[in-house]
Every structure is written in C-alpha cells, then in structure tokens.
Design a protein around this ligand. Structure first.
Ligand SMILES: Nc1nc2c(ncn2[C@@H]2O[C@H](COP(=O)(O)OP(=O)(O)O)[C@@H](O)[C@H]2O)c(=O)[nH]1
Ligand SMILES: [Mg+2]
Length: 336
C-alpha cells in the first residue's frame, strides 16, 4: 500500500530524526541543562545538518530559558521542534501563480540530477488540479533523454510540452513557448533548464540568454526562478544556493528527495542562511509526491516529536491537512 505524504516525509527524515532524537535521549535523561549538556546538544544539531549558525541560536535560546533546570528528553525535543519551526515559518511560503500573468513564467534551475524535470512534471499536475492551465518547456536540450522525460510527464499529467530538436536553442524554445502560452491563455509556464554546473560560465550565459530572449516578449519574465535542491546532498545544497544566486535571481526553493535517506536538517540551515522561500517539497518520484512546505510538520517530523500531528495530516482528506498553518498566498517575486 502506498504511504501517505507525511508518512513518506517522516520516513525520509528518519535518518536525521534518529540522530537527533536518539542523541537527545542519550544526553538528557533527567539531567540538568548545564554547559556540558548544551555543548553536546550543539554538536548533535551540527551533525544533523542544521549547521553551526542554527545550532548556536538554538543553544543560546535554551541557555536563556532553561539553563540550570532539570529537563527530560521529551521537553528538549518539544522545545527544539518549536525553535526549528520558528526558523522555518518565515520561509514556508506557498507558490501561487499570479492570476494576472498569462502566463506566470517559472524558470526552474539547479544542478543535474536534483529533480528539476521531475518537479516540473509534478508541478504541472499539482497546479493543473487547481484548475490552472499549465505548459512546460523542455529547455534542457543537451540531453535527448531529458526532453523525452518531460514529454512522458506531459502525457502523464495531460499538459503540453514544447520541445525542439536535440541541441536546439533553449532560449528560442522558451520564447516560442511564451508566445504560444500567451495566445492560448496559459496560466503557468514551467521552463526546464540544463544544470551543467561543471561549466559555470557556459551555464550562466545560457540562463542569461533564456531570460534575455523571453524579455523580448514579456519584459517582466521570468516571474519566478525556482532553484531545485536534493535533500540527500546535505551541506552541498548550501554551496549550490550560493552559486545559483550568483547566476540568476533565485526567488524560491524546491527541496526534493525528502524521502529515502534525506538529510532534512539542511532545510533548517538553508532557511537560516538565505531566508529564501521554500515553496514545495518532493518526497518521491510519483506525480502526487509534491506538496507545499509546512514548517510545523517538518520541524516535528525532524525531531521525532509528536508524530501525532503528522499522522493526523496524513489521515486528513486530500489537501486539507496543511490548511491550518498555510500562510497567505503570495505571488511570485519579480526577477530583477
Ligand atoms: N526519491 C525521490 N526521487 C526523486 C525525487 N525527485 C526526483 N527524483 C529522482 O531523481 C532523479 C533525477 O531527477 P530529474 O528530475 O531527472 O533531475 P534533473 O536532472 O534535475 O532534471 C530521477 O531518477 C528522479 O526520478 C524525489 O522527491 N524523491
Ligand atoms: Mg532534467
């Protein structure tokens, strides 16, 4: 039987969860929160990919509120989940296509293999189900397989895919798609791109050209630039954000592969370091394995605390689970 979305997320986070929750249990079994306990907690947070900056903030907050008190591992986990949720809350911004844009153009960027093409397919289904007219552009023209892969997604989710010959000019393709999307009243245009980061200047040139050429038709395009990150890469995701921010005006993140052996703590480190919206998370290869990012559920899943919340959301009917904590929709930022 297929697992529900949050069960998959929970399972995916289990690597980080075990580290955190097992570690906390070992450090805090009815113990005074003294300097040494705080130091051990700090090491634990760093080893679970939350990064030194988050670890320091959490420890400082614990020092202010609980220093010298006797605490249980349960209390520490609950307090930690709260601290993490506070860091994640501001970046848990849903991605909502601006209905005034026909189409809202989304450039999807990221290193090869992070899940760009898959995310585009899933987004086509997710927003298609919300009644949006979606079109996709097979802009990774260097790999024939990437074009075919997107075409398969197009058939699967029933959305058109604009593609060219192998090695076709991605910018020209995006331009054509934009024109066609405007003529056909498309709401959301998802542009796939190549992610050959080993040749940074070529990649920068290619992305810049796609943007420049699209702006000949719509000077406000692209309206969003989503960077796709693979959660299993851990700290390397931080470096990818830094690099892509130099190449393009990244407006938001999508974190994939939060199933399997994800290093979920990295999402907290990313939120703290960059403050970029985390719009969506992926927890599998299927069309339905994409959801808006929920700060509280993620934080609780990560520390292995109050699994009840997550199960309740799993049990909720499609799309209802996250409602209570979904921030107000925001339109995609303008790419500068
Ligand atoms: N387990 C899992 N696999 C994923 C997820 N997203 C993508 N993948 C897989 O990761 C691989 C690379 O994805 P792809 O979309 O081709 O990456 P791209 O090179 O960035 O376009 C493929 O085998 C996908 O099926 C996810 O959320 N979970
Ligand atoms: Mg691809």
């Amino acid at each position: 039987m297929a697992l529900g979305f949050f069960s998959r997320l929970k399972a995916g986070l289990s690597r980080s969860t075990q580290k955190l929750s097992g570690g906390i249990a070992a450090v805090f079994t009815r113990r005074k929160l003294d300097d040494q306990a705080l130091e051990e907690l700090e090491d634990l947070l760093i080893s679970a990919d939350l990064g030194p900056s988050v670890a320091e903030k959490v420890i400082e907050s614990f020092r202010r509120s609980k220093f010298g008190k006797e605490v249980t591992d349960e209390e520490v986990r609950a307090a930690l989940a709260e601290e993490i949720a506070t860091i994640l809350q501001p970046v848990a911004v849903p991605f909502t296509p601006n209905p005034e844009l026909k189409p809202h153009v989304v450039l999807v960027v990221g290193v090869n293999g992070t899940g760009k093409t898959t995310t585009i397919g899933k987004m086509a289904r997710f927003y298609g189900e919300q009644g949006k007219k979606v079109m996709m552009v097979a802009g990774d023209t260097f790999r024939a397989a990437a074009v075919e892969q997107l075409q398969v997604w197009g058939e699967r989710v029933g959305a058109p895919v604009i593609s060219g010959k192998p090695n076709a000019d991605a910018a020209g393709l995006a331009f054509e798609a934009l024109k066609r999307g405007r003529a056909e009243g498309v709401d959301l245009l998802l542009v796939d791109t190549a992610g050959r980061l080993h040749n940074k200047s070529a990649l920068m040139e290619e992305l810049a050209k796609i943007i420049r050429v699209m702006r000949k038709f719509d000077e406000t395009a692209p309206h969003s630039v989503l960077l796709v990150l693979d959660a299993t890469t851990g700290q390397n995701a931080m470096e990818q954000v830094r690099v892509f921010k130099e190449l393009v005006n990244v407006t938001g993140l999508v974190v994939t592969k939060l199933d399997g052996s994800a290093r979920g703590g990295i999402v907290v480190a990313l939120a703290d370091a960059f403050g970029l919206p985390v719009h969506l998370v992926g927890v599998g290869e299927q069309a339905e394995d994409l959801r808006p990012f929920s700060a509280e559920a993620f934080a609780k899943g990560l520390v292995g605390d109050s699994i009840k919340v997550i199960d309740r959301e799993d049990a909720a009917p499609e799309g209802e689970g996250e409602k209570d904590e979904t921030p107000q929709p925001e339109h995609g930022a303008q790419a500068g």
